[in-house]
Ligand binder design. Structure first.
Ligand SMILES: C[S@@+](CC[C@H](N)C(=O)[O-])C[C@H]1O[C@@H](n2cnc3c(N)ncnc32)[C@H](O)[C@@H]1O
Length: 196
């Protein structure tokens, strides 16, 4: 879909950022058509390790957590010929991308907007300046809208629980976006820590 949009918009995508990339499936798909570089970032060191190993070895066998102590074996094989752009992965907090991620032509947020602490400030990183996403670049947001208190406080959820449908992200200059951006995107609210 993003590729189709780039064609329609006449936007050249040399560098793309996949935020919350997990083990890199989407980053790899992007690398098939993006020009120069795809960077995947995730807060989970384990996911980034797997993504790097898969890219290095063109696949591998891994165990992913299912529920409680149960895991599932996953085998991945990549098509050597398919990848066009360089792939790089980094452990990063998606809520603190300024300064690290600069001037990308396209940014993809797939299933991560409802996983961050402060979704409004998080979106603000891409909407209120050209630091992370260059002016005229493309932002793709895919989100099942499954908000959970363990990820963000209900006050921070975008859209209405009363069935009025999702609200638009707060516009540039919105005081809440600016206030949170000034705080450095820091947590406005923290869920209780999970047992180790
Ligand atoms: C539901 S998975 C989505 C994975 C992939 N983007 C997809 O669409 O299949 C959410 C991912 O976001 C990552 N994530 C959650 N909070 C994050 C944060 N603050 N910074 C970076 N990654 C985060 C998780 O570690 C997880 O890999």
């Amino acid at each position: 879909m993003l590729r189709e949009c780039t064609v329609r918009a006449g936007t050249d995508v040399a560098r793309a950022l996949d935020v919350g990339c997990n083990v890199g499936g989407l980053s790899y798909a992007l690398s098939e058509w993006v020009g120069d570089q795809v960077v995947g970032v995730d807060i989970s060191p384990r996911a980034v390790d797997v993504a790097k190993a898969v890219a290095r070895n063109r696949g591998g066998t891994f165990h992913v957590a299912e529920q409680g102590p149960f895991t599932r074996e996953v085998r991945i094989r990549l098509n050597r010929a398919a990848s066009r752009a360089d792939l790089a992965y980094e452990v990063r907090d998606a809520e603190r991308l300024r300064g690290f991620a600069i001037g990308f032509d396209a940014v993809v947020l797939s299933n991560v907007l409802d996983r961050v602490n402060d979704p409004t400030a998080y979106l603000g990183q891409f909407l209120d300046s050209a630091d992370v996403l260059r002016s005229g670049g493309l932002l793709m947001v895919a989100c099942p809208w499954s908000w959970e208190p363990r990820f963000s406080h209900p006050d921070a959820w975008l859209g209405s629980a009363g069935g009025q449908g999702p609200q638009r992200p707060r516009p540039e200059g919105d005081p809440q976006v600016r206030l949170r951006a000034r705080r450095g995107g820091g947590p406005a609210w923290c869920a209780p820590a999970e047992p180790a």
